[in-house]
Ligand binder design. Structure first.
Ligand code: HEM
Length: 498
């Protein structure tokens, strides 16, 4: 009986000595002591992971080696090291690690965001870049965005006439989802009076899947492949997958039965991947990932802008002045006005600096050993890029916690992946391909909401600006606000497509 504590103590000391010698022998980056099995997971508890990882890197340096459960992970949090990774070593980190998203939902890593770096990924990325994300293609969807905007404004007017608050998150999420589903497969799921209940369920499913991207409760991401069966959530993944499959299957079947004047992206994908079982699997994986990435990040960014602007009346007034001057108070904001709205661009940059939806980017994996900042990153290591920590680094930004859009005035810093101090869309080969579409959608929505309505908090409430991390960085409490029209009523009607 008495021998057990002694054995455990000796085993623990042995474990510490062995991990220390392994770390120095391998020239791994520094990091705190981990525990057997759980590694450093306990250090992530209690705060959003980008904040816990920032605290660790403040103590151990801008590159740290951790164990997420049993899986080796390197976290980088400095502009200089991130630049080194995305320039010198980008190809070595071109693939994703094991992810529940890829394994259980993206049909064995068949979507653009999850597929490993190689021919399939390159072909898919090229297809999307040429058919979906060109300036011409984005312009060609302007009429859809205008219609969806008109519906969103209609919802806000309805809330106003009923003296009810606008549920900003759900409004934005429906706006973004309708836009994406119409662009991808010419289908609108959320109308004024009818809501497709399958689509509602599917939208919930997308949120649950986003939550599984970086989530310490997914045991399968924390253990080597031979222990993944231990993940007690597998039945839940299977259940979600079955519902997702039913929805995506129906989309493809319906699509094949109907004819269209112009091909949409689903037709293009079916032609490209082949009208057979394997081709359809690739189509389903890409549809899922595009709907997920396109809806969630767009709606989340728009909600953050609205929340930050409402909390900063000075910024709201300046935005208004610009909108009145450039657009005029007798019409809505058109897409052609957006490039002239300089202050709106500053507000967007500042929002994406403080609250990028992907605070940790999408995980990468070392497919070869790499030397970064003088340390060895072994093959198979997961790489987490804490862009939020860089966006909040006081050595890079003056008063980083202050919302101050003017910091970008006269600055050439942009978020196109070349300025490593500001990376809300990532950088390198796997940088977000949907950036131009996402930006256009966010700008149009937010500019019109601010131009067309006066906004105030629900009486008696001042919502906090606290964030929560569920695979993306969200406002902890969904934003609700009271809207009052500020333009002549006939302006709102002009949004309708005649
Ligand atoms: C404001 C809106 C958006 C933000 C902030 C955003 C952000 C990001 C980020 C941070 C990444 C990871 C990049 C990396 O790993 O380095 C990413 C990847 C991706 N995004 Fe976006 N995104 C937005 C809109 C969109 C839209 C509208 C779409 C498309 C419909 C889209 C599709 C994708 C895809 C497919 C990937 C994976 C690319 C790959 O692995 O090759 N995103 N996005």
């Amino acid at each position: 009986m008495e021998i057990l504590p002694v054995v455990l103590f000796v085993a623990f000391i042995l474990f510490l000595v062995l991990s220390w010698s392994y770390r120095s022998f391998k020239n791994l980056p520094p990091g705190p002591w981990g525990l057997p099995l759980i590694g450093h997971l306990h250090l992530l508890a209690g705060k959003p992971p980008h904040r816990s990882l920032q605290s660790i890197s403040r103590k151990y340096g801008p590159i740290v080696f951790l164990k997420m459960g049993m899986m080796p992970t390197v976290v980088i949090s400095s502009q200089k090291i991130i630049k080194e990774v995305f320039t010198t070593h980008d190809i070595k980190f071109g693939s994703r690690p094991y992810m529940v998203l890829g394994d259980h939902f993206s049909y064995n890593y068949s979507g653009l965001g999850t597929s490993p770096y190689g021919k399939y990924w390159k072909d898919t990325r090229k297809l999307c870049s040429m058919e979906l994300f060109t300036a011409k293609s984005i312009d060609s969807f302007a009429w859809m965005r205008k219609e969806e905007l008109s519906h969103a404004l209609g919802e806000i007017l309805k809330s106003f006439s009923n003296s009810k608050p606008v549920e900003i998150r759900s409004l934005f999420s429906i706006f973004a989802f309708n836009n994406m589903s119409r662009i991808l497969m010419s289908k609108r799921y959320f109308g004024e009076d009818e809501v497709d209940s399958d689509a509602l369920e599917f939208k919930e499913i997308l949120l649950s899947i986003v939550d599984l991207v970086i989530n310490p409760s997914c045991i399968s991401t924390l253990v080597p492949w031979y222990l993944r069966w231990l993940d007690w959530q597998i039945p839940r993944y299977k259940q979600i997958h079955a519902k997702q499959e039913k929805f995506l299957r129906k989309i493809i079947d319906e699509h094949k039965e109907t004819t269209r004047e112009c091909k949409d992206f689903l037709d293009i994908m079916l032609e490209f991947y082949g009208n057979n079982a394997q081709g359809e699997t690739h189509v389903k994986a890409n549809l899922l990932e595009m709907l997920m990435a396109g809806t969630d990040a767009t709606a989340t960014t728009s909600e953050w802008i609205m929340a930050l602007v409402m909390h900063n009346p000075r910024v709201l007034i300046k935005l208004r002045e610009e909108l009145d001057r450039v657009v005029g108070s007798d019409q809505m904001v058109q897409e052609s006005d957006l490039p002239k709205l300089d202050y709106l661009q500053l507000v967007l940059k500042e929002t994406l600096r403080m609250y990028p939806p992907g605070t940790l980017l999408f995980p990468r994996m070392a497919t070869q050993e790499a030397t970064i900042a003088g340390y060895t990153v072994p093959k198979g290591t997961t790489l987490l890029v804490n862009v939020w920590a860089v966006h909040m680094d006081s050595a890079v930004w003056e008063n980083p916690t202050q919302f101050y859009p003017e910091r970008f005035l006269g600055s050439s810093i942009d978020f196109k992946g070349q300025n490593f101090e500001l990376l809300p869309f990532g950088s390198g080969r796997r940088m977000c391909p949907g950036m131009p579409l996402g930006l256009r959608t966010v700008e149009l929505l937010v500019a019109n909401l601010i131009h067309c309505f006066d906004w105030s908090f629900v009486p008696g409430t001042i919502p906090s600006i606290e964030e929560v991390y569920n695979g993306s960085c969200y406002l902890k409490t969904p934003l609700q606000a009271m809207a009052t029209p500020r333009l002549p009523m006939e302006v709102y009607g002009s949004a309708e497509i005649k």
